[in-house]
Design a protein around this ligand. Structure first.
Ligand code: DX5
Ligand code: ZN
Length: 220
């Protein structure tokens, strides 16, 4: 299984968006964090910035919606051309209806879980999603420390996906770096968001390659 690297542009130099995306042009997809100051105590950006990233044509877009009422807002991100749209389990009212709507609009659908949210209630509907995002920090900010006590949840999710023989990826987001990516891959993640680790590196391109190699040794 190969590793997908999805750098988060949350703390990049947004005044030089095109240049920053070009620094990570070897990544698989660009992770764009949408925050509404309600679901999380931080405000980032919304549809216009996501549309600008899509329009740049440099990388496909992986939208992570940390917002209330994704039932109402998420479809617009699919219509904007995001390859993947992820909404939070804690915020959504009708996850199946929303996942199907995103699929109908041509996007992949991801379900995100905050650290204290278990995978168990979702095991029987995993096949409705393309990706499960297991947060390895409390969502809201870049640059936080990886919570390694999330690894049992990654393992349980991987086992559930494997036993149902589903093509669902497991994304981890928060504190992913050279120091933590192997632990997450070993637990069963195959899709890795890294923000500060990539954008504070002198050479973001090389950091993406290094993270991909470290993960690939452990992905199973
Ligand atoms: C946090 C966001 C992350 C964040 C990751 O709520 O969802 O995508 O940008 O940043 P790092 O890799 O610095 O933890
Ligand atoms: Zn994110």
């Amino acid at each position: 299984m190969s590793a997908i690297i999805s750098p988060s542009i949350l703390n990049c130099d947004i005044g030089n968006l095109r240049g920053e995306l070009e620094r990570i042009g070897n990544a698989d997809i660009a992770h764009v964090d949408v925050m509404d100051n309600h679901f999380v105590p931080n405000l980032s950006w919304g549809l216009p910035v996501v549309e600008a990233v899509v329009k740049s044509g440099i990388l496909p877009v992986d939208a992570h919606l940390m917002i209330e009422d994704p039932d109402r807002w998420a479809p617009q991100y699919a219509e904007a051309g995001c390859e993947s749209v992820t909404f939070h389990a804690e915020a959504v009212t009708a996850p199946l209806r929303l996942a199907r709507e995103l699929h109908r609009l041509g996007a992949r659908a991801g379900l995100a879980l905050r650290p204290a949210t278990d995978i168990a209630p979702f095991v029987d509907i995993l096949h409705e999603f393309d990706m499960i995002l297991i947060m390895t920090v409390e969502p809201g900010f870049g640059g936080q420390s990886f919570i390694d006590s999330m690894m049992p949840k990654v393992r349980r999710t991987r086992e559930a996906i494997r036993s149902a023989n589903l093509p669902v990826t497991i994304q981890v987001d928060g504190g992913i770096s050279r120091a933590t990516i192997e632990m997450a891959a070993e637990a069963g993640a195959d899709n890795f968001v890294a923000g500060s680790a990539v954008f504070t590196a002198d050479n973001a391109w090389d950091e993406v390659e290094l993270l991909r190699e470290l993960a690939a040794h452990h992905c199973h």
